[in-house]
Ligand binder design. Structure first.
Ligand code: G1P
Length: 297
């Protein structure tokens, strides 16, 4: 059963500077909670019970966020602020634990995932890249569907979406046995290549930051040398896995927001603000007023 998720959070976040200079980019708020909370909650809703953060000494604020804050809780209790207290306590369900391991050198995504090997052991696991937020807008969620497919088929699932030609060289790109699957479905992969130039790319289907992988990938990662960008690539390990076992591309239903860059981050704020259960109405009014005012000036 897939009960563990690896979330690599050691990266510096240089595309979000200066905001990410002294706090982790994963702690930047999307409306009223840090971006990482959306990702962790997505994993929890997919049935994950153990979150493994692959972290760095400059990123301790992330671990603290998922820990309890005794003094704060005591003060909220004493002041009778029960709603706020419930909110800070409900960040994580009690049966979910957060474990953190360190990535001592920035050697790439594959290396980051391999750092979690002592905690993952031989179990299958999910990987969630924290820059990417996925909103399924009330439909069944993609990561949950990928985990279910893994449970019924035992086949690794890699989430993909079609991207415009000019962005193909920023992603892992896959080739499939047949037609692209319908959203919410998977198809077996024949190839995967990290950040190809668009003219060499086997398709425009990009890997978007959610994976469900068998435990064997850890052994493969341990043997994987540097690839594209001179980094140890998860993509290269998946290619090796494909020679041993089938691997499927899962076509996502939801919408992605890349919070690792400023435009994607802004888009995520607008999206989640306008759909926020308490603040949404106000947010939409404020956005409309700002638009009207800037059009008038
Ligand atoms: C990583 C992966 C790439 C994937 C991308 C999704 O690249 O290596 O295959 O398409 O995440 O965001 P990075 O963006 O970390 O360079």
């Amino acid at each position: 059963m897939v009960r563990k998720a690896v979330i690599p959070v050691a990266g510096f976040g240089s595309r979000m500077l200066p905001a990410s200079k002294s706090i982790p980019k994963e702690m930047l708020p999307i409306v009223d909670r840090p971006a990482i909370e959306y990702v962790v909650k997505e994993a929890v809703r997919a049935g994950i019970k153990e979150i493994i953060l692959v972290s760095h000494s400059a990123k301790a604020a992330i671990e603290d966020y998922f820990d309890s804050q005794f003094e704060l809780e005591q003060q909220l209790e004493a002041k009778g602020k029960h709603a706020l207290l419930a909110e800070v306590r409900d960040i994580l369900p009690e049966d979910v634990s957060v474990i953190s391991v360190r990535q001592h050198q920035a050697l790439g995504l594959g290396h980051a995932v391999a750092c979690a090997a002592p905690v993952v052991g031989e179990a299958p696991f999910a990987v969630l890249l924290p820059d990417v937020l996925v909103d399924c807008n009330g439909q069944p969620e993609d990561l949950g569907a990928m985990v279910e497919k893994y449970h019924t088929s035992g086949v690794a699932q890699i989430m993909v979406e079609a991207v415009p030609a000019e962005r193909v060289d920023q992603y892992g790109i896959v080739a499939l046995q047949g037609e692209a699957p319908d959203p919410g479905e998977s198809a077996l992969m024949t190839r995967m290549v990290e950040k190809p130039p668009v003219q060499d790319a086997p398709s425009h289907l990009a890997v978007v930051g959610r994976y469900v992988l068998p435990g064997e990938i850890m052994e493969i990662l341990a043997q994987t040398g540097p690839g594209a960008g001179n980094e140890i690539q998860l993509t290269d390990a998946i290619v090796t896995l494909m020679a041993q076992a089938p691997v499927a591309a899962y076509a996502m239903r939801g919408k992605t927001f890349d919070c690792g860059n400023k435009v994607g981050y802004l888009q995520a704020i607008l999206h989640y603000a306008s759909r926020h259960p308490q603040l949404g109405q106000k947010a939409r009014e404020l956005m409309a007023a700002e638009l009207a005012e800037s059009a008038a000036n």
